[in-house]
Design a protein around this ligand. Structure first.
Ligand SMILES: NC(=O)c1ccc[n+]([C@@H]2O[C@H](COP(=O)([O-])OP(=O)(O)OC[C@H]3O[C@@H](n4cnc5c(N)ncnc54)[C@H](OP(=O)(O)O)[C@@H]3O)[C@@H](O)[C@H]2O)c1
Length: 307
């Protein structure tokens, strides 16, 4: 049965790319009552969506022509360019929303390609897994044309919480990758911690609740303080846990790993940076100062919260 009859005032949307994520995006638009046109390299993947009322376009050009809003979600930017490059002429007057994972530079290059053909461009980062799409728990970050975001905000909100970060198309992938990096850093620690207790026969399930509670407490307590220190550049003064103390304790993480037969690969790089910072004379300062070893301080901190 078609779901598109539910909301007659909903504008048409095209979704190009029907992998796990693209299918979820198209499904959410259908569920919200949008007329949806889909295209996928492997056409059979459109079957379930067509049964729900989507129209399968025979070509990418046909898919682009079908809707003023064209959402692209494929594996990588090479695929995006392979698909959109040959149909540049049909992009004029459309808004392309590219939700493919990539880098800020790739986003800017793709914006140049798309706007060069007379279309508006929004890049996006999906901070969710497919089952969350269509719920407020799916955060989708956007950057690029502010006018296009305003024009299509209502439609884009069908996918989840929509946040526009600025006119530079690279900002959404920048934040997307930053959030994912934070997640992977956390999981690197979780994996090492799990291996450590497992080496003594303790189950991961036994550790998990204690670890989750500890991580939540540390994130809530320490993240705002860390951010304050990084933006101010003041790493000393009123430091409860000085870096030299932390580096000494960290030696025990490595030693315990050795004793228990746990590989230190995931935690060694942080220890090396701690030692270097201490050797540079910052042992009485906060851990946050390690960021100075990772990147040069900008003349003026960029970002939405900088004044
Ligand atoms: N799944 C997630 O949890 C998640 C979360 C956030 C962001 N994302 C991002 O969303 C994007 C899509 O992810 P996904 O989970 O949908 O991946 P997927 O299930 O592996 O699907 C990949 C899609 O890209 C298409 N594709 C790959 N190479 C292509 C090419 N050369 N030409 C045309 N189409 C091509 C595939 O077409 P075929 O069907 O023909 O192979 C398919 O539609 C990725 O950038 C991913 O990083 C995914």
């Amino acid at each position: 049965m078609s779901e598109t009859s539910a909301g007659g005032d909903r504008p048409p949307v095209t979704v190009i790319g029907l992998g796990s994520m693209g299918s979820a995006l198209a499904g959410a638009f259908l569920a919200a009552g949008h007329p949806v046109t889909v295209w996928n390299r492997t056409p059979e993947k459109a079957g379930a969506l067509v049964e729900r009322g989507a129209v399968r376009a025979a070509t990418v050009a046909g898919a682009v022509a079908a809707s003023p809003l064209v959402v692209v979600c494929v594996l990588d930017y090479a695929a995006v360019h392979r698909l959109l490059g040959p149909v540049g002429g049909s992009l004029a007057g459309r808004t392309v929303v590219n939700l493919t994972n990539g880098t800020p530079r790739q986003a800017r290059e793709t914006a140049a390609l798309v706007t060069g053909h007379g279309a508006e461009y929004l890049d996006g980062g999906i901070m969710a897994v497919p089952p969350l799409i269509g719920t407020p728990h799916a955060l989708v970050l956007y950057s690029g044309s502010p006018g296009a975001f305003e024009e299509h905000r209502r439609t884009l909100r069908v996918l989840g919480t929509a946040e526009h970060l600025g006119a530079d198309p690279g900002l959404a992938p920048l934040h997307d990758l930053a959030l994912l990096t934070g997640m992977y850093g956390m999981f690197a620690g979780v994996l090492h911690a799990t291996a450590l207790v497992r080496s003594a026969g303790v189950g991961a399930r036994d550790l998990a609740p204690m670890l989750a509670s500890w991580l939540k407490t540390m994130v809530d307590a320490e993240l705002p303080r860390l951010a304050e220190r990084v933006d101010s550049g003041v790493y000393g003064g009123d430091v409860g846990s000085p870096l030299a103390m932390q580096a000494a304790a960290f030696d025990n993480f490595l030693r315990a790993g050795e004793e228990q037969g746990v590989r230190p690969d995931l935690i060694v790089p942080l220890k090396a940076l701690m030692d270097r910072r201490v050797a540079d004379g910052h042992g009485d300062e906060d851990l946050a100062g390690i960021v100075e070893l990772l990147t040069a301080r900008p003349a003026r901190p960029a970002g939405r919260h900088a004044s």
